[in-house]
Write a protein that binds this ligand. Structure first.
Ligand SMILES: [Zn+2]
Length: 333
């Protein structure tokens, strides 16, 4: 049994309370390799932004849960080395699907876990979430739960159809589960293809897809029911078209990849939305940088020569999100 406090990590409680009051959101970046983690920590340290490191099921399968935990411990020390005196770093389990998995993460030093029982019937979602909360709170680990269903595929989380969170359920759900934050469905979705072309309109000038707007009315209704309660948005990559273009120009094939416009995420950050999950955008940044090197320097075979530029591009992306989209810079001095 390792407690996250001994690793220098923090839970989300105070972080979220400040974010809701301050009208900004905390970035939750997924990681599964060293370059990505370095880029996240460098960006957070430079901007003094609180940050959530997320470990998904795909990441656990790819890199091993224990190794990722030790990498997060190393990240705290690395942040201090970079001159961030009091780093505010959360290690979070993304989309935990069972009590056993959540418990194992609590036991090995995670400071926050998500139990995603949103695909279960309502009462079963409550029962499982409640069980995780009871265990996690014994160790002061915070718990994110989910109500509503997001569409899209990412790291083995998938659903064909989305349905919005029902505002009339949130008070009962939050009260009976005791969860610390709630992931809701208002039209975001997982992956780099968040909307089908038939759900979008097309900009006549650029030929690009324009996605349907998020359901801010649902968000505002939820906020009215649970004033000040921390809300989480999953599947909130913006799929920057400059990366899609670089990928497509250098031998890639991502036709009509589309995400959530950053202005809408900026708008959501000002509300009770205090955690925004971004994964696909860093995959795109990394892939764009690597494709460019491979295309322009076909003789290159030192991984550092293409993973290095990929790391720089991811760091640029993370800093942009922190400063221009979520507004969390300077909140963890
Ligand atoms: Zn998610």
């Amino acid at each position: 049994m390792v407690n996250y406090k001994d690793l220098g990590l923090v839970n989300t409680r105070e972080m979220f309370a400040k974010a809701v009051k301050g009208g900004y959101a905390i970035p939750a970046f997924n990681f599964n390799n060293m370059e990505q983690l370095q880029a996240i920590i460098q960006a957070a340290a430079e901007t003094k932004s609180p940050v959530i490191l997320q470990v998904s099921q795909g990441a656990r399968n790819y890199a091993n849960q224990t190794l990722l935990r030790y990498m997060a411990e190393g990240a705290v020390e690395y942040a201090k080395e970079l001159g961030w005196e009091h780093p505010q770093i959360v290690l979070h389990l993304d989309h935990g699907d069972s009590f056993e998995l959540c418990k194992s993460c609590v036991d090995m030093g995670f400071s926050s876990v998500m139990i995603d029982a949103s695909s279960l019937p309502y009462e079963e979602n409550i029962a499982l979430t409640r069980k995780v909360v009871e265990y996690a709170h014994k160790y002061d680990v915070t718990v994110e739960a989910e109500l509503g269903v997001l569409a899209g595929v990412e790291d083995e989380v998938s659903a064909e159809e989305s349905h919005y969170t029902r505002p009339e359920e949130v008070i009962d759900f939050a009260t009976r589960t005791g969860c610390d934050s709630l992931a809701i469905s208002i039209g975001t979705s997982h992956g780099a293809y968040k909307f089908k072309p038939e759900q979008c309109t097309r900009d006549p000038k650029t030929g690009r897809l324009v996605p349907p707007p998020l359901a801010f009315n649902v968000l505002h209704e939820i906020e009215k029911k649970l004033p000040g309660f921390p809300i989480v948005l999953h599947g909130s990559s913006s799929v920057p078209q400059e990366y899609v273009d670089i990928i497509n120009e250098h031998g890639g094939k991502l036709p009509d990849a589309v995400g959530i416009p950053e202005e809408q995420l900026r708008e959501a950050s000002k509300s009770a939305v205090c955690k925004i999950n971004i994964d696909s955008d860093s995959r795109l940044a990394m892939t764009a940088a690597i494709r460019k090197v491979f295309d322009e320097k076909p003789g290159e075979f030192d991984p550092r020569k293409y993973l290095g530029p990929a790391r720089d591009e991811m760091k640029k992306l993370y800093m942009h999100k922190i400063i221009n989209v979520l507004g969390s810079d300077g909140k963890a001095e």
